[in-house]
Design a protein around this ligand. Structure first.
Ligand code: AMP
Ligand code: ZN
Length: 453
């Protein structure tokens, strides 16, 4: 099987060649935990989940790291403004740690609801201050840094190929001066270490060779990815908004420190949009997974919804479109529930499916292959084929439905009433269950409950 992925670095679809055949190393930029992750953010993790599942399907072992930004991400990408976590802590009158722990645990729950596989390592920025300081020291020794009154900065003019990922035209940036310069020498320079403001006591600050302060946002991803995956590793993922600044800076500082190529394949997902506009926290009006649940949607139907567009295409969100996805997903499961066969998997469909997933993770195509399979009256081995496919889809396609506790209790009560020959009352409960979407059937052993399809 040949896996091809689109590499932002070359702007081409390339054959994936792992550095070490035994284990593929993947790093995903994770959440800044100052607020809930919205369904747009979740698209980024559903994308890295599919990537990981395809690698596993292709028989690779995978080491996957996701970071948690719990310090240093400022409200402006130009290294100005407040620290997002400190700002939230003030607003909610909590400690920075309470804020970070709370929003991380909600995020983790949401990932589980979406059947996203857990990474091998969750790495928190605040737990890797030492590694970040070491990396900055290395850069300083090699002459890539300079000090201003508010911090230690990376001098991007020292690199010939700065901006190669984002194909940034430096001259244009300099001429346009759209970026707040402060004391920076070049518009693209960025903070490695920020000093704590003199007139303010920060909750999160550390000693360093340069003074008390906190790390800049980009340095955490270089320090932690290199710690867990090595100085040169296979794949780095994130949303497309990270290309121009965050990932560009990660490459600059990592490659300057080690003198080696940092990452072989850079993969980026396009945005979830609403009415054609990017969904962002600052614009407000965003749904979280819990919001969708409150509106009666199954989180897995959101997972299904994200498969309706290729990850490199923007996907427009609306509740109507999600309803369509939920209906398709339910229909799919209902058809699958009634398939009975025990043959080995169907080679023809497996081949079509593998061609789709290995072609830069073409999930819309993969889903269409699944639909074609279940509608094909002559195809054998459907169940085994679906099982294999679902190791990538993660849609619980063969999971037996569990009956909720309250429904079971009602059914038991009805059974008791029936045995007492209280027919009227037992019929009332039957009706109640029907309204809730369940049907009880009496049999020799007692009764069984099924969800109405
Ligand atoms: P943040 O918490 O802002 O650092 O974002 C977490 C991840 O979500 C990053 O990989 C972003 O690139 C990604 N992201 C943010 N907004 C969207 C969106 N509307 N659609 C898809 N990915 C997004
Ligand atoms: Zn990152």
């Amino acid at each position: 099987m040949v896996l091809k992925v689109y590499n932002t670095l070359s702007r081409k679809k390339e054959v994936f060649k792992p550095i070490n055949k035994k284990e593929v190393k993947v790093y995903t930029c994770g959440p800044t935990v100052y607020w809930y992750q919205h369904i747009g953010n979740m698209r980024a993790y559903l994308f890295s989940d599919i990537l990981k599942r395809v690698l596993l399907y292709d028989s690779y072992k995978v080491k996957h790291v996701i970071n948690i930004t719990d310090v240093g991400h400022l409200t402006s990408d130009a290294d100005e403004g407040e620290d997002k976590i400190e700002k939230a802590a003030k607003k909610e009158n909590k400690s920075a740690k309470e804020i970070a722990d709370h929003y991380f645990s909600v995020f983790d729950e949401d990932l589980k609801k979406l059947n996203v596989l857990q990474p091998d390592v969750w790495s928190k920025a605040t737990e890797h201050i030492k590694e970040q300081i070491e990396l900055i020291k290395k850069l300083e020794k090699k002459g890539y840094t300079y000090e201003t009154k508010d911090g230690i900065y990376f001098d991007t003019s020292k690199l010939k190929d700065y901006g190669k990922l984002g194909r940034i035209k430096i001259e244009k940036l300099e001429a346009g001066k759209r970026i707040a310069m402060g004391d920076k020498k070049n518009a693209t320079d960025f903070a490695l270490w920020k000093f704590s403001p003199e007139n303010e006591k920060r909750q999160q600050e550390w000693d360093s060779p340069w003074g008390v302060g906190f790390p800049g946002w980009h340095i955490e991803c270089s320090a932690m990815s290199m710690k867990y995956l090595g100085e040169h590793f296979d794949i780095h993922t994130g949303g497309e908004d990270h290309i121009q600044v965050h990932h560009t800076n990660e490459i600059a500082q990592s490659e300057s420190a080690t003198g080696k190529k940092f990452v072989n394949y850079w993969l980026h997902n396009a945005f979830l949009t609403k009415g054609g506009e990017k969904i962002s926290k600052s614009k407000g009006g965003l749904y979280t997974i819990s919001d969708l649940e409150e509106k009666g949607y199954d989180p897995i139907s959101y997972r299904y919804f994200t498969f309706t567009a290729h990850y490199r295409r923007s996907l427009n969100f609306s509740l109507a479109a999600l309803t369509d996805a939920q209906n398709s997903y339910e229909r799919l499961k209902n058809i699958i529930k009634n398939i009975k066969d025990d043959k080995k998997s169907n080679k023809k469909y497996i081949k079509e499916f593998e061609d789709a997933i290995n072609n830069d993770l073409d999930m819309p195509k993969a889903i269409s292959v699944l639909w074609k399979l279940i509608r094909d009256n002559k195809a054998a081995g459907k169940i085994d084929t679906i099982k294999k496919m679902d190791s990538v889809f993660g849609l619980d396609l063969l999971k037996k439905e569990s009956i909720p506790k309250d429904i079971l209790e009602l059914a038991k009560e009805r059974d008791k009433l029936r045995k007492e020959k209280k027919w009227n009352e037992s019929d009332k409960i039957r009706e109640k269950l029907k309204k809730k979407g369940y049907v009880v059937e009496d049999n020799e052993k007692g009764f069984s409950v099924k969800k109405l399809s």
